[in-house]
Design a protein around this ligand. Sequence first.
Ligand code: GAL
Length: 439
Amino acid sequence: MLFFSVVAIQGLPDGLHPTPPMGWTSWNTFFEENSEQKMISQADAIIELGLDKVGYNILTIDDFWQLPSRDNETGRMIPDPAKFPNGILSLSNYFHDRGLQIGIYSSAGRFTCSGNLPGSLSYEATDVEMLLEYEIDYFKYDNCYPRLDGSTNIAGGGVYIDWEKSAEHLPSIWQSPSEESRYSVMAEEIAKVKDQRNISLELCAWGFGNVETFGPAMAHLWRTSPDVADNWNSLLYNIDVNDENRYRQDGVQGPNSGWNYPDGLFVGKGGMTDAEYRTMFALWCLVKSPLMLGTDMTKMTRDSEAYKIITNPWLIAVNQDQLGVQGQCLKDCCSHGSVGGVLGASGCVHFHHSWQVWGGPLEGGSFVIVVVNRFEEEKQVSMNWNLDAKIPPGLYTVEDLWSGEVVDEALSGGEDWEGGAYKAILPAHDNLAFKLTPV
Ligand code: GAL
């Protein structure tokens, strides 16, 4: 049985995102209620808060920016004049004048996921002309309504699932026509205009069609999971899915390939506690996910916990580490099921009941470790750096990535080592984050 392909994948040669892209998206913030005025206010707030200087510089207009019909004569999509009265180019100029980049959205389908707004299937060349005309920097390409007649075989789902292929390729779901066949047409059109404009391409594939087998060759980032929601279970589900074996094969992810993306951040939006948002941010940084903010930046203040979280320089440095290796779950994982996929909330005995260790290598021989308390109550963590966190034997400085302080010097030892464990009390749903550097 085939669960993931082992072909050697060559990433895009354009080197556009040697580290994960960072920005803000209208979807998690406003859903269908986007507009020129809102985009401008968000851009202003991001600059006012200095977030562009930290790296958050791509602002994307998601679904619901366009009218239901294309222009009869040109075939072009038309921005909704009630929402974008001055058109997209003027917004694009506003962003570029301020050193920001602009993203826009469509779907590799008859409609976008809105269900009635035009997608780009069979209009790929026309829509890339539009991207050029609007001076777009970043294009999010969704996966709804894959058939030209707009049909779907899941009631209200906007998808047309190929059951046979999906069964062959578990845990990935496949549609008909396939993700690769539809995405590659758009990617080729974007590649054709490379000499005129570098456009970053996000495949919003939700992990369908084994996106890990073709994403790196044609795009800069690809969604590995369903939409994340502003709650704890959704956060856990998406980060577990993103940790499936298929996404961590050689060549799938990294500076020469592109980035696995478990969807945007909600930090500050209000559906989770500060502890949960800290955990979301630490894990997103550890797995080298693109960092796309999804909250109303006009409401954020510099003294808020959310601001401290999203500007944490030590975790952002982990995310932007030049080595670009995706950190993974190392202890009590829910993500390494027998089919290389997530076992699901009921199937995973650890899903809500364990403190986990996540980690991975960083440039220069260091390691990042994030300990997550998935329990509903505080826990005593007692961690052996070698057995639980897979740190090779040796002496290390331990830097706390929430304070930036060196808190310890630790020895990591092998099986017979009796040097003791790292102990801490960890509140429910919170995390500890460390960088270990060899002394
Ligand atoms: C979903 C996509 C979301 C958002 C939405 C818009 O398919 O995963 O991120 O873009 O469509 O309708």
